[in-house]
Design a protein around this ligand. Structure first.
Ligand SMILES: C[S@@+](CC[C@H](N)C(=O)[O-])C[C@H]1O[C@@H](n2cnc3c(N)ncnc32)[C@H](O)[C@@H]1O
Length: 416
């Protein structure tokens, strides 16, 4: 790729500003521009980290390791090293993470002066073009600087002041250009400033139509599948498939389809980012798609929700890979064997729904308990699920579906 292709875009404001200034100012700006370009070459190594829902750290770490990265895990974060092509690869391929961020700076601060000074010290003009839009999200946990709005506004002010100085602006920044989502996170007085390379969370794959039901997030569904031995080589059944999330994510795993294939990422708008890397990674991903080996079965009692599931599967390119069928649990039958049953039955959160949920769990027990060649996995918030299902789980894993505390009840064929 020609070096020029990799140059940051100059905004109209920037060009106008450059033209209306004297020669010296123009030269300084050109120097900065060169520095900006030089420091953002696509091979530059970054400290990166993936964020994820509570309880999925080890799942994301495993995914990163199987993509070839060495990882370090903290609560809610898995760190790794990489360049721009790794930013593309992880955004495109991670099924269970929320976001990929670049760790820009890390320091200790217990006063707002310290926070301001340390943020100001970073060379922001090497990251942000003069017209960048850069919202700053703030979060503070168990730290002296506990007021999140103040942390956020002081961080923003320090960046703005530094940019104004570095770009020789008088008083304001236009913030009309590309979008650079920043976040400042303080934990036990240690401040981390990061650039989000993802944008909308990775659960937003882009294949799903809105329908107002209670679907699982796509990365959560993929995370559940990763907690099972599923690799596409055995049949899988979701007998309460709803909008089809588990079945579709299973098909993407089985066929080795990159879950980020349909969407854009925040890095697509970074002026210094090698845009060809995204295109090349997508082309490479197409060559890695496999043929489905074992059946994927998805059924539900409700025909209208099955139509939504089919549309979603169509959008994800896996409609032909999933057998959809309208059938109530109590009438469920299959010839398949030696596979996985996974489902997210209704929780019966409201009192009047509780009884029908319990009845459904009983029906599930009657139908699925005898299917002893299947490893079975049920996600529900109902604490008495095992009682109604009629069997104690081999293992129960506590998870959070959004803010809701749930359990992933696991029934293994061969108790390990
Ligand atoms: C919580 S939703 C599943 C959501 C799904 N995992 C998704 O991501 O869209 C529960 C589903 O169970 C289905 N269901 C309820 N009772 C059923 C029954 N007796 N037999 C089969 N499906 C049933 C509902 O129609 C609903 O689609």
């Amino acid at each position: 790729m020609a070096a020029e292709d990799n140059l940051p875009r100059l905004s109209e404001q920037n060009v106008a500003y450059r033209n209306s200034q004297g020669r010296v100012e123009l030269l300084i700006e050109a120097q900065l521009f060169f520095k900006f370009y030089e420091s953002r070459k696509s091979m530059k190594k970054y400290t990166l980290y993936a964020t994820m829902g509570a309880g999925f750290e080890s799942v994301v770490a495993k995914e990163l390791q199987s993509l070839g990265y060495q990882t370090r895990t903290e609560n809610g974060r898995v760190f790794f090293e990489g360049d721009q092509s790794d930013i593309v690869k992880t955004n495109l391929w991670l099924r269970t993470a929320d976001r990929i961020k670049i760790l820009l700076i890390e320091f200790k601060a217990t006063s707002f002066e310290e926070l301001y000074d340390q943020v100001y010290d970073y060379s922001w003009a090497t990251l942000l073009p003069v017209d960048a839009q850069f919202p700053v999200k703030g979060r503070s946990v168990r730290s002296k600087l506990h007021s999140e709005p103040d942390v956020q506004s002081i961080t923003k002010k320090a960046i703005v002041d530094k940019m104004i100085d570095q770009y020789h602006r008088r008083g304001f920044l236009p913030e009309t250009g590309s979008y650079y989502p920043l976040d400042v996170h303080i934990y036990k007085d240690v401040v981390r400033l990061s650039l989000d390379t993802t944008g909308d969370s990775l659960f937003k794959r882009g294949y799903r139509v809105e329908h107002g039901g209670a679907p699982l997030k796509e990365n959560f569904a993929a995370g559940l599948l990763r907690l099972t031995p599923y690799d596409g080589s055995h049949p899988i059944i979701d007998p309460m498939t709803g909008s089809g999330t588990l079945a579709i994510e299973a098909a993407l795993i089985a066929k080795n389809i990159a879950p980020g294939s349909w969407r854009k990422f925040a890095f697509d708008n970074f002026d210094w980012f090698d845009q060809e890397a995204h295109y090349l990674a997508l082309e490479e991903a197409k060559t890695k798609v496999k043929i489905l080996e074992a059946p994927i079965w998805a059924s539900d009692i409700d025909q209208s929700i099955l139509e939504v599931a089919k549309l979603n599967a169509h959008n994800a390119g896996v409609l032909q890979d999933i057998r959809f069928k309208q059938v109530a649990v109590k009438d469920f039958a299959t010839d398949l064997e030696n596979g996985i049953i996974i489902a997210n039955p209704p929780y019966g959160k409201r009192l009047k729904d509780k009884e029908s949920a319990n009845k459904l769990y009983e029906e599930m027990g009657n139908i699925f308990r005898p299917m002893t060649s299947f490893n079975q996995y049920y996600l529900t918030a109902a604490p008495e699920f095992e009682k109604y299902f009629g069997r104690k789980a081999t293992k129960k894993r506590k998870l959070f579906n959004g803010n809701l505390r749930v359990d992933f009840y696991q029934y293994w064929v061969n108790k390990r």
